[in-house]
Design a protein around this ligand. Structure first.
Ligand code: NI
Length: 172
């Protein structure tokens, strides 16, 4: 397993629409392993393949709070089948938008159909944090970031801040 570099906004790759996976094979499993390792190394709870520059509809997640009891989840070609009209609000962050957080409303519950690590078709009835997290990650597959839900002003302030950090950073 290899820890990969996570792309940071503003990066046009993050705006790409990811392509469906034809078949879950060795290559995809290797990618999922790398994504999980990368996510854990960055202390994230979810990661989409495009965040490491690969435009495939693949997501990894682990929302378990216990460091010693990992509960990795893998989603290939996820599709939302149903979603609640009731919303819930979480303060969201993103590994591609470092150190920025904002309250975002999303459907409280959703049902997601997907293929698992072994390419088996599954359905997840998600609620609460799990539902929010999967919806955040599925947005990545469409090239959407959580800051897109904010006002134009707030969003541009965040992007400006991130650009500044990037342009002044030197490694010697
Ligand atoms: Ni994210």
């Amino acid at each position: 397993m290899t820890v990969k570099t996570i792309l940071v906004e503003p990066n046009q790759l993050l705006r790409q629409i990811s392509k469906p996976v034809k078949q879950v094979g060795k290559e995809e499993q290797q990618l999922m392993d790398d994504m999980l390792e990368t996510m854990y190394a960055a202390n994230g709870i979810g990661l989409a393949a495009i965040q490491i520059g690969i435009p495939k509809r693949i997501i990894v997640m682990d929302i378990s709070k216990d460091e010693n009891k990992k509960e990795p989840r893998y989603f290939v070609n996820p599709i939302i089948k149903n979603k609640d009209t009731i919303k819930s609000t979480y303060e969201e962050g993103c590994l591609s938008v470092p150190n920025q957080f904002a309250e975002i409303d999303r459907p409280k519950k959703c049902d997601v159909e997907y293929l698992d690590y072994n390419g088996k078709k599954k359905i997840l009835n998600a609620e609460g944090l799990l539902a929010t997290c999967i919806q955040h990650e599925m947005d990545h597959l469409e090239g959407i970031l959580f800051i897109d839900y904010l006002s134009k002003l707030k969003k541009s302030m965040i992007i400006k801040k991130l650009s500044k950090i990037k342009s002044t950073r030197i490694v010697v």
